[in-house]
Design a protein. Structure first.
Length: 475
């Protein structure tokens, strides 16, 4: 059946139907569309199509087979791509390859109690002066492309690394190697490598008092309650930490447990490793790794929290991480309230809590203002207002007049903070074996209380809703 003729102003019809040539906005593709011919139109030819695309200055990537198919298969009123440009290839980003083993890759064993055992790991990694610590691969330039007009399309170069040299390190002459400038221990935090002096002591107690060191520390005993240990480098503790404060400018490893009554603190700019945690506080600038139970503790990390091993459970307290919390089990049969929070940014959450408090305070103040206005208006009717009370009345009226705008401003800030808090859509919570009732799952400000026991579980956020899926290792 003959199709109706369609008006087309893209080309003026002479001997055949008008040929429409469409160039995509990025100029990397040319498309031809031919309408159904009208009675008396001459047939479309390959030459007429080539002339049409030539008029559109298409000179590169022409697909003659596609053009021929328009004729052979009578492709009318369909878009057919007849030319494709060569896409530019972005350059590779710069890379930094460590020439020493990273702490996270070390493989601890499992002890007789089913906990991860760190005792055989050499946490403080030593370097000799002149040793190559890392090799940098510079960012690569991209490879230019060509659009269908034959024009060069520039390609972005790879991104460079922002590397700040740490203490006792230097660049090689070619700027591609980071070299130790002194003997000491290797400390890594946030793309920075340092070499610190190492101090070894037997333990921290009444005989030593508090310890403060500019480099890295190896403590071959325990850290007793009420003492403080601080170091600019890594801190490695062979035994237990009681209710003590241990603060590191690098990473912390406690090969024993961290226990007490929440009067202690492990705080590191990097990672914190510990065998088990009981009623304590941990704060990590990067990640927290625990090889056993975490009971009734407050644990926060800017990246992730992993509580692994056959005894790797989180029971009671609260754990907070920006990207991931993963444990063998979450909660217990007793239904202990256990809060697991991801997509957590401490600065944003503190600002959010402050805004909520201001809103609550504003409403409470309005209620008190209304009560005060009732009293003063009655006195005004009785002509019993002193000059001081008249001034107070005016101030209360000013507060009430400005209340709607102040509340609106705070609500705008609150909504903006909520939006920022929910931006981490890749955050996840994983229970390798079980999740028990009493567990509170929270993504930013969105939370879900677990009512029934669940098996292997994977929680994520989709469209501002917490979604539960079965956890399958490797997927």
């Amino acid at each position: 059946m003959q199709q109706p003729v369609q008006n087309n102003t893209d080309a003026e019809r002479t001997t055949g139907p008008p040929i429409r040539v469409i160039i995509t906005p990025n100029k990397m593709s040319a498309i031809v569309r031919i309408p159904w011919p009208a009675e008396g139109d001459a047939p479309i030819t390959v030459d007429s199509i080539l002339n049409a695309i030539k008029e559109k200055n298409v000179t590169y990537g022409i697909n003659n087979d596609a053009i021929q198919s328009l004729i052979n298969e009578s492709k009318f009123d369909v878009n057919v791509e007849v030319a494709v440009g060569l896409l530019p290839q972005p350059g590779q980003d710069a890379k930094l390859e460590y020439r020493f083993e990273e702490i996270q890759t070390l493989q601890p064993t499992i002890d007789a109690d089913g906990r991860i055992d760190y005792k055989d790991i050499n946490f403080v990694r030593t370097a000799d002066k002149g040793q190559v610590l890392a090799i940098k691969t510079p960012a690569q330039e991209g490879i230019s492309g060509i659009n269908v007009h034959g024009e060069e399309v520039s390609a972005p170069s790879g991104r460079e690394l922002k590397i700040v040299l740490g203490q006792n390190t230097r660049w090689s002459e070619d700027g591609l190697q980071i070299i130790a400038d002194a003997d000491g221990s290797i400390v890594t935090t946030r793309k920075q490598i340092s070499v610190s002096a190492v101090q070894t002591i037997g333990g921290v107690n009444t005989q030593t008092g508090n310890i403060k060191h500019n480099g890295s520390l190896i403590i071959k005993g325990s850290v007793e309650a009420n003492f403080e240990v601080s170091a600019k480098g890594d801190i490695e503790i062979y035994k237990n930490v009681a209710d003590a404060k241990v603060i590191s400018g690098g990473n912390i490893m406690v090969k024993g447990g961290f226990l007490g009554s929440r009067n202690g603190l492990l705080q590191a700019l990097g990672d914190v490793h510990c065998k088990y945690v009981n009623d304590q506080v941990i704060k990590a600038g990067q990640s927290v790794f625990v090889g056993g139970e975490v009971f009734n503790s407050l644990v926060s990390a800017s990246h992730q929290i992993h509580v692994t091993g056959s005894k790797g459970r989180i029971v009671g307290g609260k754990v907070q991480a920006k990207n991931e919390v993963k444990a063998t089990c979450l909660g217990s049969d007793a239904g202990t309230r256990t809060e697991i929070q991801v997509a957590y940014d401490s600065k944003l959450m503190n600002s959010y809590r402050e805004i909520k408090m201001q809103l609550e305070q504003l409403d409470e103040n309005l209620q008190r203002v209304d009560e005060g206005l009732v009293v003063l208006y009655r006195q005004q009717l009785d002509n019993a207002l002193s000059p001081q009370k008249l001034a107070a009345l005016q101030k209360l009226e000013e507060f009430k007049k400005g209340y709607p705008q102040r509340k609106q401003d705070l609500n705008v800030k609150k909504a903006d903070l909520e939006k920022q808090i929910q931006q981490n859509q890749q955050a996840r919570i994983i229970a390798v074996q079980d999740v028990y009732p009493g567990v509170i799952i929270q993504f930013g400000i969105i939370y879900k209380e677990i009512k029934d026991k669940m098996g292997p579980s994977y929680f994520c956020l989709e469209n501002n809703t917490i979604v539960h899926k079965e956890y399958r290792p490797g997927k």
